[in-house]
Design a protein around this ligand. Structure first.
Ligand code: AMP
Ligand code: ZN
Length: 139
């Protein structure tokens, strides 16, 4: 628990939320400003700033919840697609520093991005970054 974290307060019931699912380690509720109706958030009940800090054992409970909830949202709002989005740090759009997964129902005419513009990269570029990543990959 972090004293001034909105999502910790939601888990504790100190701030109201539209609860959808709760397990020992996981809490899910509707996003208060949905991108489309049915947009919900899935969070670990314990406070972790980003995905980097969430223990694998908790992710192992959380990810099946994301999958179950995605299926239910997809059918509940007759969505045509689902985005699962997880932002880490400001540069990636994280506004709430309690790690969370967005489940966002999508429609072909909803006006939002369906893909990000890719940059061209040479085989050398790809290999250079591959080596850096492999050197830092934790066992
Ligand atoms: P992010 O930009 O990934 O940190 O997303 C934070 C999300 O939390 C946004 O989509 C907000 O609409 C949502 N949010 C903020 N406060 C609340 C709240 N009290 N209840 C539900 N969702 C919230
Ligand atoms: Zn928190």
């Amino acid at each position: 628990m972090t004293a001034d974290c909105i999502f910790c307060k939601i888990v504790k019931g100190e701030i109201p939320s539209t609860r959808i699912l709760e397990t020992d380690e996981v809490y899910s509720f509707l996003d208060i400003n949905p991108i489309n109706p049915g947009h919900l958030l899935v969070i670990p009940k314990k406070h972790f700033n980003t995905i980097f800090e969430i223990p694998d054992s908790i992710l192992a409970e959380l990810m099946p919840c994301v999958k179950r909830l995605s299926k239910a949202v997809y059918r509940a709002v007759s969505a045509e697609g689902i985005n699962i989005v997880q932002n880490n740090y400001r540069a990636a759009g994280q506004l709430i520093d309690h790690a969370h997964f967005h489940v966002i129902p999508r429609f072909s005419n909803d006006g939002f991005l369906t893909s990000w513009p890719g940059k061209t990269a040479s085989p050398e570029d790809l290999n250079r970054v591959k080596e850096k990543i492999l050197n830092l990959l934790e066992k």
